[in-house]
Ligand binder design. Sequence first.
Ligand code: NAP
Ligand code: 8YV
Length: 324
Amino acid sequence: MTANETPEIIMTGPLMAYAADQLRARFTVHELWNAPDRAAMLREIGGRVRGVAGGGAHVRIDGALFDALPKLEMVANFGVGYDNVDAAEAGRRGIVVSNTPDVLTDEVADLALGLLLATVRQLPQVDRYLRAGKWLEKPYPLTTSLRTRKVGIVGLGRIGKAVAHRLEAFGLPIAYHGRSRQADVAYRYYPSLVEMAQDVDTLISVAPGGAATHHMINAEVLKALGPNGIVVNVGRGTVIDERALIEALEAKTILSAGLDVFEDEPRVPAELIAMDHVVLLPHVGSASVHTREQMGQLLVDNLVSWFSGKGPLTAVPETPWKKA
Ligand code: NAP
Ligand code: 8YV
């Protein structure tokens, strides 16, 4: 990249300064989400744009955007999950998509265990109890326990395995559901999610979003989980049928839920907010300075590598990269 060949890219949503400043130093950056008239911005600069730095739900990165960017070569997504990007369509058009795997795995797995413990032992509720001065009146009621639980992981990928590793240290039996059995793990595999839900009492979902997983955890699965059932979701909100979950929680046909992700973020259903027997987090799985900087760096490194002619570092499977 020489000064007079500086590639032009767009940012579809705000990125932390750590990453945005590096992008501005290396590329001509257009802030699409900040434009008063996005269509006008795309008409003006779209023909020159070769890269997209994407993230969050601000602008969906799909065929409509690709139409406006005829010279687009690469989309670098901020996040390992890329259900905000139509990667299959990108692949058809020869556009490479990268994501940010591995650098956030341990952080999200830590959060999943924290959320599980918070849900089982009611930690936010206990904290609220003390602050309200109720301990002066009587001790907090006894809670359910992690000790007797059997856990089923939905989506035993990078993060799912890191969650399982932590659960092993907690001494809990582990099963998993995914599209296929994994040869390198000893946990029990269930091809049927309903059958796994029947045999466990705790579901932890770390599955990606998108059409293939939409509402996988539905009323039938929740019924199978039963009245002692706890659902933890750190994957994507769309994996759970949120209406069915609310109904199950209201009817107490499951015990509780710990949710870091929701179907229509940042909007969370009023019914969930009103419930005292759930723990709700605003999608903070990877949200530490340390890990977000690592994600930002990987996004920057992907774009720099691409525009230096070295290909992407972490291309998604829909757009595999083979050097010509
Ligand atoms: P990964 O390594 O690709 O793992 C995803 C797992 O999901 C795979 O084991 C896959 O197993 C399973 N899966 C995929 N499609 C499925 C389907 N249709 N039915 C059942 N299982 C399916 O990804 P990762 O790095 O672990 O990340 C997982 C997800 O976590 C991301 O996609 C993202 O949505 C979410 N995430 C959330 C946060 C947060 O802040 N809460 C942070 C990071 C990531 P099979 O191939 O065997 O089906
Ligand atoms: C981010 C995530 O919060 O990596 C993912 O898939 O969900 C989180 O790490 C998100 O991508 C930021 O928009």
